[in-house]
Design a protein around this ligand. Structure first.
Ligand code: SF4
Length: 311
C-alpha cells in the first residue's frame, strides 16, 4: 500500500521525500506553442483551448515573482506552508530562447518559498541545449519535466494533431532520463477511435519507457475547441463515469509500482466544459476509483509484466 491508497500518488511521494505536504502552484510565464504560432500549426492540439491549459495559472502580464506571491497569499488562507513547487504548465514551457527560459526558471527558484519546479512541454521542444539547462536546474532543486504523449497510437496522434512521432518522444524522454531529470507523461483516456486495448497498449508503452510519473486525463470537451466542433458533428461517445473508473483501475494495475501517479481525473473549468459533465465531481470520481481498486483487491503494478514493447 502507498499510505492508505492502492497507488503511488504525488502527494504520497512528496510527503515521503520532504516529510510534509508540498503544494504546487501554477504560473503563466507567457510562452506560446509551436502548434499555435505557426511553426507546426496554428490551430493547436484538437482538445486544447485558447488558454493552452492555463485556466488556473496566473496572469502573464505580471512577473513570475508577483504571480508566486499572489498564489502563496491565497493558498496560505487554507494551508500555511513555506515550501512550494512552481508549475510552469501553460502552453509549452521550454519554447523560447535559452536566455529567456533561464531567466524565468531562476526568477521562480529565487523566490524564498520555492523548492522546485515542474515544467510542462513537448518532445519537439527539448533540444540538447534546453536539456542542458534543465540539468543545471535539476542539480540545484527538485525538478520534473512533463511531456504530453496522450497516446502511443499514431492514428490518435494524427487526430489530435500532436505534431511529433513516438520515436522522437522516446528519444527525448531518454535524453532527460540520462540527465537524471524526472519525467512525467500525460495520457488521455477516451480518445475517439480508441478502445480499451488501445489505451492499455499506450500504458504498456509507458511502462516500457518508464517515466518517473504519469498523469491520466479523462478526455473532456472544452467550449470553442476543434474537438467541440468534431463532437457536435459526429456525436462520438464520451466515456461514462463507470467506464472511466474501470479503465483507470486497469491502467493503475498495469503501471509499475514505482511510477508516481500525478493525476487520475480531469481538471476542466465548469463554465467551459461541454462534457462529460459528471467529471466536475472529482471527489466522487476519485472515491469510486479507490472503491473499485478495493473491490478488485488490486494494487498498482499487480498486472504489470516487464517485457519488451512490441511497436
Ligand atoms: S502542445 Fe499543449 S499548448 Fe500546444 S496546442 Fe497542444 S495542448 Fe495546446
Amino acid at each position: 500500500m502507498f499510505g492508505d491508497l492502492r497507488y503511488r500518488t504525488l502527494n504520497y511521494e512528496l510527503k515521503k521525500t520532504f516529510g510534509e505536504k508540498i503544494i504546487k502552484l501554477s504560473v503563466n510565464a507567457g510562452f506560446t506553442c509551436p502548434n499555435r504560432d505557426g511553426t507546426k500549426g496554428y490551430k493547436g492540439c484538437i482538445f486544447c483551448s485558447k488558454t493552452g491549459g492555463g485556466d488556473f495559472a496566473g496572469n502573464p502580464e505580471l512577473s513570475i515573482t508577483r504571480q508566486i506571491d499572489d498564489q502563496v497569499a491565497s493558498l496560505n488562507k487554507k494551508w500555511k506552508s513555506d515550501r512550494y513547487i512552481v508549475y510552469f504548465g501553460t502552453y509549452t514551457n521550454t519554447y523560447a530562447c535559452i536566455d529567456e527560459l533561464r531567466e524565468k526558471y531562476y526568477e521562480a527558484l529565487n523566490h524564498p518559498s520555492v523548492i522546485g519546479l515542474a515544467i510542462a512541454t513537448r518532445a519537439d521542444c527539448l533540444s540538447d541545449e534546453v536539456v542542458m539547462l534543465l540539468k543545471e536546474i535539476n542539480d540545484i532543486c527538485y525538478l520534473w519535466v512533463e511531456i504530453g504523449l496522450q497516446s502511443s497510437n499514431q492514428n490518435s496522434a494524427d487526430f489530435i494533431r500532436r505534431g511529433y512521432g513516438l520515436e522522437l518522444f522516446e528519444e527525448r524522454l531518454n535524453r532527460l532520463k540520462e540527465s537524471n531529470i524526472k519525467t512525467v507523461v500525460h495520457l488521455i483516456l477516451g480518445l475517439p477511435g480508441e478502445n480499451r486495448d488501445d489505451i492499455l497498449k499506450t500504458v504498456e508503452f509507458v511502462s516500457y519507457v518508464m517515466p518517473w510519473g504519469v498523469k491520466l486525463h479523462l478526455l473532456h470537451i472544452v467550449k470553442n475547441t476543434d474537438l467541440e466542433a468534431y463532437y457536435r458533428k459526429t456525436g462520438f461517445l464520451l466515456l461514462e463515469r463507470n467506464e472511466y473508473v474501470g479503465l483507470v483501475c486497469d491502467c493503475i494495475e498495469r503501471l509499475p509500482e514505482s511510477i508516481v501517479i500525478h493525476r487520475i481525473t480531469g481538471d476542466g473549468k465548469k463554465s467551459d466544459l461541454v462534457g462529460p459533465l459528471w467529471s466536475l465531481n472529482k471527489l466522487k470520481v476519485i472515491s469510486e476509483i479507490n472503491r473499485e481498486m478495493a473491490i478488485r483487491n488490486s494494487i498498482q503494478g499487480c498486472k504489470h509484466e516487464s517485457k519488451h514493447y512490441a511497436k
